[in-house]
Design a protein. Sequence first.
Lengths: 325, 437
Amino acid sequence: MTKLTYTPPPHLKAEDSVSKAMLDVIIALLPVTIFAILYYRGSALLTIVVCLIAAALTEVAFRKAFNKKPSLNDCSALLTGLLVALCLPPAVDWWIAALATFIGVGIGKELVGGLGLNRFNPALLGRVSVFLIPSLFYSLRPLFQDAGIYAGGVDAVTQGTPLAMSHQGADMSILQLLAWNDGGALVEVSPLMVIIGGAYLLYRGHISWRIPATMIATVFVLSILFMENPVNQILLGGVMLGAFFMATDWVTSPITDKGKIIFGIVIGVLVIVFRFLTPAVEGVAFAILIMNAFVPLIEKMTKRPSFSEPKATAATAGKGTAAAR
Amino acid sequence: MEVRTFEGGAHIPHYKNYTEDKPIEKMSAPAEVIIPLLQHSGASCKPLVKEGDKVKIGQKIGDSDEFFSAPVHASISGTVKAVEPRTVPTGGKEDCVVIEADDGPQEFEMKQVRDPDSVSVEEYRKCVREGGVAGMGGAGLPTHVQTSPRQPVDTLLLNGAECEPFLTCDHRLMVEKAEELVKGAELMMKSIGASKVLMGIEVNKPDAIEAVSEKIKNRKDMEVIPLEVKYPQGFKSHLIKAATGRDVPRGARSADLGCIVRNVGTTVAAYEATVHDKPLIERIVTVSGPRVPKPGNYIIKIGTPLEHIIEQCGIRDLEGTKVVMGGPMTGLAQSELNVPLVKSTTGVVVLPPEMVREEMTYMNCVRCGKCVEHCPMLLYPNEISICAEAGMHEEALEWDIMDCIECGICAYICPSARPIVHLVQRAKPEVEKLQKR
């Protein structure tokens, strides 16, 4: 007898898939990635390659340990690897890059159950971890030296970043700000390329305008209140990458429209707080990670009423029209 | 032309080009029909015939004393072969009357027995009940129940949206039977005490809008409402919202809404039951699919086995295909071919192997929000599916799982391929128990 397939409805399926979407985000990151490689050459390429390989290996290892099917083809590990690399300075030691990726993909994602169950943005978690625990590197350094491996300088981030230069009052033209920036993380080389990538994501419908627009606008407006150059504040540092690629991460941002707006605004406020009121750098990364923790609360607060939810005024309004007929 | 719609929903490829221009055509009678005694929502009928009885086309063969029920009739003349449980389109088994055709003519003789302009409301309601007319758009409510409201309702809303992909039977009916539709609408309007008829038709059927508009151009009490082509425009609550602007709160009765929704096919069937004494023994069915050799809109006898329909449409090879009764968004895939066509079967859609996804693997929810964006009930299918999957029924209730109309948009669009509707269907009975506690 002929074998008929009988699965539950619906029997049609849209083409959308997670791997296609992830691939699209990687495509959106290509302009800035290529730009960074052209600008920093070998050092950028090395960091990126190290992070990609570390991401793939970490995911394979963790999934094997948990007895799960490999999921490399969903591209999410590679995306995390690329994002971690872009958040690191070009001259970073390879093992720091690898460690950041390992923490992001392994602990930030796989250990908590895999893609979809992570509460914090894995790439930012990885990046911030290696920023927070430099003392660990100091203690690890002799180990590498004993083994005869050159581990490079530890503190690679002390060179003047564009943001720091702007703080010191250096004058930069807008054009200069948009492309060919020296210092800082790989991604800071060209905010323009990040914006192009973000525009692609918006065009493809993978992200909504709500988070990037509100976050950038908040940073802009508050900068004016703090008597800072608002254009510098939104273009420098990680604001653009954060707004378009990190704060919009599906898994770790609110799903409700109103929630997205609240999320974007509060991140913007936190970025300003970190930049102007505390000595901390990496303000964008911390701001987003902090807000990641509030996503469930924001979603509960901003839940829309169901189509079937009786409206107090609707019944009377309905009767009004009925009577008018 | 003002086009109306509702919030949410999605544009789904509608695949109607295979049959939208195909005139309604009669399909040959099968050698045997299987007529379930329950083809509506309500009480099952008791058989009025037994094995060996001779029956004539149109003869009542099952009825019930319950108000919430509709009788069933023989769709062919012949001999009762058995009264026994058989597999029906829902996948379960129901008592059915199996009739073997004799050599005589298998056509119901149409002659006017009542004048549509002078028939009384009581007579109409009686004819609709005796004719076994039940909802032909999917839900299958006995029509006489719907057309006998205790309190009058001001608006009759006719559903000609036909938002399910592939289906064109209502479309062709509106084009070819506009006259009967309008007369049927008038009868039904009188029966429910309404003062106004609205006919909601999606704008991808311009010829249907034109045909119906032409017939009602001199009437002030009837109006065609052009609707945006958007799924699930034809679901009752969304049709009401789009056409009248009224909200449809959960549990609202027709009297509260001031509106009764009926499918256009049902309206014509009720008309024929009244004017011609023709019971609901056949219906228009869209048989379609990208590889179906002879797709079309066929008049097929109730009880016709799927196998006969497949054969008549020239389908030879079903290997790896999915045969769906109803539309592809909410219809049910069949596991065997000896299931009968019932009163609410709108279509038979044969999906070729390349459109069939056999693997049932799916991923975690990645919270992309696409289901939330498109959910016509303004729910959170992401949360609902996670709660349903984990057996967290209390939480599922908090996320309004019981409001879900199972339209299937969320599962259609989900990039993680989560079987959201299936999870919801599985959880709903459990959640219901929780509600009753």
